[in-house]
Design a protein around this ligand. Structure first.
Ligand SMILES: [Zn+2]
Length: 307
């Protein structure tokens, strides 16, 4: 039986040094308690307070143990408590657990109590849950599905070739810069690209994409391996930039850096963030072998590191 004592969402105060802290853990420990010893009953005056000269009303069989991170004082809470309960019905001889006192038959029934306070892991998970929802909602705004679908068709499903990818990628860029006209002039195109809030290198690359697309369409240029690599890099860099900006907007790095370092575990949060963003990239874009490097560079750029 587990009686939930209601986990407290507050810090434990160390009775020795007064430090308030969130316990990293509680472990259950067996309490050595021997009852039935006449010697103990006679010699220990405390025992008398519990119940004349009988056995105590409550005994502790297991405790939750933690310690103060500052002075290392060990702090215990009851985890399993035996309550002395009188039996209404009993047989003529005593069962193993039963005992007689003042003409009545008693036994101890044991009750379990949950951990008295929330542990650090709980706080880490709550913070992480908030971050996860925030990240996924933020990235959803990017509407990367069409970008991802196209990239997957090219890279993992191989249902389109590099030529088709380039043509469709170019039209996605036009959509992105809000130009519906495929035959937009170079001047107008470059004007729109320059307005974008992206790095200068990326702007140059997007201008090159138009040139390459024109070469393929009008000059019958066959895409070679270098071209393919180039197109792929620009695609990945553009997506990287879009995601990075969104995460900066939502303040992901300030949430990460403002955390309470006494409670929040860097490694835990870092690896969870890597997983959340990595899964998102895999689902949306199918970046495959690039995903890990992508996420690590993204977190680095956001100044989210393990140190
Ligand atoms: Zn202490």
């Amino acid at each position: 039986m587990l009686e939930e004592a209601g986990l407290k969402l507050k810090k434990v105060k160390c009775p020795m040094c007064g430090k308030k802290f969130v316990p990293k853990f509680f472990h259950r420990e067996k309490v050595k308690y021997e009852f039935g010893s006449t010697f103990y009953r006679i010699k220990n005056p405390k025992f008398k307070n519990s119940n004349e000269n009988g056995r105590p009303y409550n005994i502790v069989r297991r405790s939750w143990v933690t310690f103060c991170p500052k002075c290392k004082y060990i702090i215990k809470f009851a985890a399993e408590v035996g309550k002395k309960e009188m039996l209404a019905e009993f047989s003529s001889f005593l069962h193993l657990k039963e005992f007689k006192e003042n003409g009545n038959i008693y036994e101890y029934n044991f009750y379990n109590y949950g951990k008295p306070y929330k542990e650090a892991l709980y706080y880490n998970e709550i913070l992480m849950e908030g971050m996860r929802n925030n990240i996924l909602n933020t990235l959803e705004d990017l509407k990367l599905e069409s970008w991802g679908k196209l990239y997957k068709m090219w890279k993992s499903e191989k249902t389109i070739d590099s030529f088709k990818f380039l043509i469709r990628f170019y039209s996605l860029i036009l959509k992105y810069i809000e130009i519906p006209d495929i035959e937009i002039s170079n001047e107008k195109y470059s004007e729109q690209i320059k307005k974008l809030d992206i790095s200068e290198d990326l702007k140059k690359d997007l201008l090159e994409i138009k040139k390459l697309r024109n070469k393929v369409v009008y000059e019958y240029h066959d895409l070679n391996e270098m071209d393919e690599k180039f197109i792929q890099n620009i695609f990945v860099n553009l997506v990287f930039d879009l995601i990075f900006k969104k995460l900066v907007q939502m303040g992901l790095n300030s949430i990460y850096n403002k955390k309470d370092t006494e409670i929040i575990d860097n490694k835990f949060i870092y690896s969870k963030l890597k997983k959340i963003i990595g899964n998102y990239l895999e689902e949306q874009l199918g970046l495959g072998e690039y995903a890990n490097e992508f996420v690590i560079s993204l977190l680095n750029k956001l100044k989210i590191t393990l140190t």
